[in-house]
Design a protein around this ligand. Sequence first.
Ligand code: GTP
Length: 264
Amino acid sequence: MELLKSSISKANIILEILDARLPLSSSNPYINKLCRNILKIKILNKNDIADPDITKQWLTYFNDNKDKAIAVTAKEKKDIKKLLGYCNKYIKKKRAQKIKLMVIGIPNTGKSTIINSIAGKKVAKTGNVPAITRHNQRMATKYMDIYDTPGILWPVLEPKLRADIIAASGAISNTAMDYNDTGAFVLDFLLKNYPDYIKKRYKFEALPEKKVHLIEKIGIMRGCLQKGGMVDITRTYEILVNELRRGKLGRVSFEKPDDYFESL
Ligand code: GTP
């Protein structure tokens, strides 16, 4: 934490990387204490797999509340260009010499991918496993300093809904979650909010009435059978969760700005 504070004190812009599918649950309130008096931009990353209408609502919500926020897909060059244009404008206004950038956020939100896209080469280690990043280093060019090891903040896992959303998104290690719990949460969530995605992905004309029949049918379709022909429900849920995480079911967002007010 001391290392993180020291890097932050040297930066003049903080990029708070949020997951666009869960901008509320992927934030950590401690960041506001850490970043007093430094420009903080909320980056709603993974925009390519988030529900576009809901992302729009979030951007309006943040910008109305005087938080600077933009939505990006980390590997999209045009998004990174827009982000750097935003930083440059601010730096010119402040008459500072160069951008000194620190990237911060909870695990697996895409911090390293964004750093690599900004640097234009692989300087930070990425991966679909939370908390890959460990040591602190700086990458310097004439116009910009980037701390190429991002600051990791731990996710807040209360209340239960928030913990479920975090687990579904992949921000906690798979060994710290239970695929039966997370899978059941994901299935309920999809049935309530995106039932057509399930129909389309698993080629159902109509959804089975009972959830247990639905997950069994998905299991059969994905070849998740145990000895004796019983469906391996845990394995089926694991596949469902991973398809959701990779955006294979469609563009999904777990929370809307209205949920934020409910959670206060
Ligand atoms: P930690 O080391 O856990 O803190 O992770 P991180 O925040 O540095 O995330 P990282 O850059 O390693 O990315 C995590 C996973 O998300 C990887 O599988 C990336 O390929 C993926 N990812 C990052 N950005 C995007 C994005 O904009 N869209 C999509 N679809 N995937 C992304």
